[in-house]
Design a protein around this ligand. Sequence first.
Ligand code: DSN
Length: 425
Amino acid sequence: MNDKEIEKLIAAEGKRQREGLEMIPSENHTSADVLKALGSRLTDKYSEGYPGMRYYGGCEYVDAVENLARDRAKALFGVSHANVQPYSGSPANQAIYFALVDPGDTVMGMHLYFGGHMTHGLKVNFSGTYYRSVQYHTGKDGYLDYGEMTKMVKTEKPKLIFVGATAYPRIFEWARLREIADISGAWLIADISHIAGLVVAGAHPSPVGQAHVVMTTTHKTLRGPRGAMILCNGNPSNPLKAAERRPENLPTLIDRAIIPGLQGGPHNHQTAAIAVALREAAQPSFKQYGRQIVKNAKILAEELLKKDYKLVTGGTDNHLLLIDLTNKKIIGADAEKALSKAGITVNKNTVPFDPRSPFSPSGIRMGTPAITTRGMKEKEMVQIASWIDEAISSASDAKILTRLNKQIGEFCKKFPLPSDPAPKA
Ligand code: DSN
């Protein structure tokens, strides 16, 4: 690479990932093939529109790429329609609102501070500004409060309900959620960005068949490049009325919302990398991977519970743990820093009913997707839990953190990143 400054930074980030434990639950390590597709000539090509209906010439190969990505997504998730063009999760969610509701309409989503996402109606986000957003929460036990949701739907009559989370360690009961949405005839949108890989692996129930629209990013448990997909079923019966907001028209409504509604040219290198990741996710080994993510998270939870950590909901069903550190007399930001110095990357996070501010919350969030990709299993989780505890208990002891950093760096050598050579026996 001629640009030595950037080359050095890429190498430094690779080293950071290689020598540390990435435990931010929304991150993962992609395969060498995904990286290859991302770094390909496909990035040069403009192709506004959809396969067979482009505004540019020379699209024969990118058409084939996008068709492969769409077909693989449909087969993997069992839907009749997939739009693979959203640049990432937030633009994808924006497109869903744009397709299905009008500014000023009432929409409902889980509050960010209780584990939701900004685009699910946070007041400072477009979703809480252009729409009249009402927000549901978890109960004191940390579980989604289905009772509160039901009451809110009856009184607020939302037209659209987002369900999905960035910091929720339990499963979503999709059939129950659809019943709740049906009370006001709302569109039920499942944002499975965090759990898509688990859904594919059968380690979390699929919302397909219950939610009207399913959105997922492609870079979390699904282990692809950054990007997103919108999935739905439908088949417009009358093409002249295909823009009416009816379930059978969902494919047309979603496609039109992406382009010309919101986006320009698709990122073809990203689409190709999504196609590669979807093929990988269709292999039997991916099912094992998804199940191992959950097994690992459960062991990590058990080990931390033994060390008197307070886990929101008391444990996990999925890939992540949300830990309230109040009893450990340390705030989330300080625990994040200490762990980082030890070579473990997590992020500070609010916990339900957090008395502290979201800028300096009481908790941390951690997950197992990336470390599971590196081949770590139950035995390693026991060791990692012990390191996490040591780092948090010794947050102000630079010597201990440096020692842990070395130990963790050595340990990581046995678990190469997917694109790295296998360690010597
Ligand atoms: N930033 C993502 C996460 O970390 O969960 C959500 O968009």
